[in-house]
Design a protein. Structure first.
Length: 230
């Protein structure tokens, strides 16, 4: 039996995802969680109409960063069986999404996939350290520990993270701990403001500013001093 776990699963999106998964794998089990305290009328109607009470289970009032509760749900629904797919379409916030990833990614089978929806949250001005950082960390982990993160495929609105074959303990796994010293420099927030290059002076011969202004070698940052800035 193919096993799926979905966070942020209620409403129209949850119904659409369930229909797609059931069409491709009729003999599957789908478990969803949602932070809203009451059930989704659309999802419950879809389950009842198609007789899917034994295949689709939704849990409401569950915060995605409540990793203890996530563990209880996974154990109750799947026992020791590994998951084939996890879809995170919940808060789209960095820390809650990271907590969910750390808890559920180890539960995937080798070759199983973890989907992070709506990752380009850096485009929002109110975002501090956005969900984009989590995707960047998975890419770095893929380069450093491919036996843990076997691959990362980034699309415009979602990213697919493939699990490697290393044994992982859900109670202790932390994605950030997989990154080496050089990788850590890329994800550590900068404490100094970003450097802004001064506008080039007008050319004496043309009276207009050149279209390209190279940075002098002495102004280039030292190797390893780069930071990933959100």
């Amino acid at each position: 039996m193919t096993t799926y776990a979905i966070t942020g699963s209620s409403g129209y999106i949850g119904t659409r995802v369930c229909r797609h998964l059931l069409d491709s794998e009729p003999d599957c089990r789908i478990v969803g969680i949602d932070v809203r305290p009451t059930g989704s009328v659309a999802l419950e109607a879809f389950v009842a109409r198609n007789g899917l009470d034994g295949s689709v289970h939704a849990y409401y009032g569950v915060d995605q960063q409540d990793v203890a509760r996530l563990g209880e749900i996974v154990a109750a629904e799947f026992g020791d069986a590994p998951l084939d797919l996890v879809v995170d379409d919940a808060s789209h916030l960095l820390e809650p999404s990271r907590a969910t990833f750390d808890r559920l990614f180890p539960c995937l089978r080798p070759g199983g996939v973890y989907v992070i929806e709506d990752w380009p949250m850096h485009q929002l001005k109110q975002a501090d350290r956005s969900l984009t950082m989590l995707v960047f960390e998975t890419a770095l982990a893929c380069a450093e520990v491919p036996h843990v993160v076997a691959g990362v495929t980034v699309h415009r609105g979602y990213a697919i993270v493939t699990r490697g074959d290393a044994p992982l303990d859900p109670s202790t796994f932390r994605l950030a701990s997989l990154l080496g010293e050089r990788a850590q420099t890329l994800v550590t927030p900068r404490t100094e403001p970003p450097r802004v290059m001064p506008a080039p002076a007008p050319s004496p011969s043309t009276g207009s500013a050149p279209r390209w202004h190279p940075v002098a070698p002495r102004e280039r940052p030292a190797v390893g001093a780069a930071r990933f800035l959100i």
